[in-house]
Ligand binder design. Structure first.
Ligand SMILES: Cc1cc2nc3c(=O)[nH]c(=O)nc-3n(C[C@H](O)[C@H](O)[C@H](O)COP(=O)(O)O)c2cc1C
Length: 302
C-alpha cells in the first residue's frame, strides 16, 4: 500500500549512485524492512515494499560513500548537516544535570526573551522524533506579554463558554458514557481548575499563563501521532532550560482551541487538529535550591 498522507504527500524517492555504491549494506540495516534491500550483492530499491519510503533520511546519513539520495516528503539532500563535533555533545552527566534541575516555572522576571533565543528553542525542538516524518507539528509563537495575555484572555473566555458542559446536570447525563477515571478527573480536577482560573482572573491573578513573556502553542495535524506535539514541547523545555530560561507546560489550552472554530480561524490554524500543548516560558523569577527525586509508577524488569 502506498503511503500518501500528511504534509509529505506520497512516498519519497530513493536513488543509489551505482558508480560509488560498495554494497556495504549499511543503508539496508538503517532502513530495516523498508524499500531498500540487498539482493545479489547489490543495494536495490523497491518502492512497493511495505508503504514505500517515509523519508526518514537515515540511508543518506549512514552511507559512507555518500551515494544515497532521498527526495520527497519534505526531505532532500540539502537537509544533510555536518555532525557536531563529539566534544560539543552533552554526555550523560551534563544531560542528567539539566534534566534533574528543571522545574516547571510559574513566576517570571519582567525581562524580554530575545527573538533569537526563541528561535534557538524552536530549532532545537525541531530535532524531536516524530511518529512518521515529516513532522506534522506546528508551533504558534506568542512573543511579548501583551500578545501572550491577549491569547490567554481568549482561551479563558473559551473555557468559560465550555463550562456548562461540566455542570452537574451535564456530567450526570454523560456519566454512563464515561470511564470512572474520566468522570472523576472531570469532576475533581477539570471543573475546579477552570473555576479557579476564572476566579483568580477576577482577582487580577494570572494562575493560567503565569504572566509569562512568551507562549508557544504546539499542535499536531490530524495525521500526527497525538504524542508528537508533546515530544516537541518537551524538547523545547529542555532547550529553554539550557539557555537559562524556565518553562511550564499547560494542558488545558489545547482542548479549548481544538473545540473552538473561532480561535482556530483567528489564529489561522487548521480546522482539524490534535490539541497539543501550550508551553509558557521566560526568565525564572527565582531559582530552586534543591532538585527532587521522581519515580515512575512502575519500572521493573520482566
Ligand atoms: C501534559 C502536561 C500538562 C501540564 N499542564 C499544566 C497546567 O495546565 N498548569 C500548570 O501549572 N502545570 C502544568 N503542567 C506541569 C506539571 O504540573 C508539572 O510537571 C508538575 O507540577 C511537576 O513539576 P516539575 O515539572 O517541576 O517536576 C503540565 C505538565 C504536563 C506534562
Amino acid at each position: 500500500m502506498q503511503f500518501d498522507f500528511g504534509r509529505g504527500g506520497g512516498p519519497a524517492h530513493v536513488t543509489i549512485d551505482r558508480e560509488r555504491c560498495t554494497a556495504c549494506g549499511l543503508c539496508v540495516r538503517a532502513c530495516q524492512g523498508g524499500p531498500i534491500y540487498l539482493a545479489e550483492a547489490e543495494v536495490r530499491v523497491d518502492p512497493s515494499r511495505l508503504f514505500g519510503c517515509i523519508g526518514c533520511g537515515q540511508c543518506m546519513t549512514v552511507c559512507p560513500a555518500d551515494c544515497v539520495t532521498v527526495t520527497g516528503r519534505d526531505l532532500s539532500p540539502s537537509d544533510l548537516l555536518e555532525l557536531p563535533r563529539s566534544d560539543a555533545s552533552a554526555g550523560y552527566t551534563a544531560l542528567y544535570s539539566l534534566l534533574v534541575a528543571r522545574r516547571s516555572v510559574r513566576e517570571y522576571r519582567d525581562q524580554v526573551v530575545p527573538p533569537e533565543v526563541i528561535n534557538q528553542i524552536t530549532r532545537a525542538a525541531s530535532t524531536a522524533p516524530m511518529g512518521i516524518p515529516p513532522s506534522e507539528v506546528g508551533v504558534l509563537v506568542f512573543a511579548g506579554r501583551d500578545k501572550v495575555q491577549a491569547f490567554r484572555n481568549e482561551l479563558l473566555r473559551e473555557l468559560e463558554g465550555m463550562r456548562w458542559m461540566f455542570s452537574p446536570a451535564a456530567l450526570w447525563l454523560m456519566r454512563p458514557f464515561m470511564s470512572r477515571e474520566s468522570y472523576r478527573s472531570l469532576k475533581a480536577f477539570v471543573v475546579p481548575v477552570i473555576d479557579a482560573y476564572v476566579e483568580y482572573d477576577r482577582q487580577g491573578v494570572d494562575a493560567f499563563f503565569y504572566r509569562a513573556p512568551v507562549a508557544l502553542y504546539w499542535y499536531g495535524s490530524p495525521y500526527a501521532d497525538p504524542a508528537d506535539p508533546y515530544i516537541a514541547a518537551t524538547y523545547a523545555m529542555l532547550a529553554a532550560e539550557s539557555l537559562g530560561l524556565g518553562s511550564c507546560l499547560l494542558g488545558f489550552p489545547g482542548y479549548a482551541i481544538k473545540y473552538s472554530r473561532r480561535l482556530k480561524s483567528k489564529y489561522g490554524l487548521p480546522r482539524r487538529l490534535q490539541p497539543g500543548i501550550v508551553m509558557v516560558l521566560g526568565y525564572p523569577a527565582f531559582r530552586h535550591a534543591r532538585a527532587i527525586r521522581r519515580r515512575f509508577a512502575e519500572a521493573r524488569e520482566v
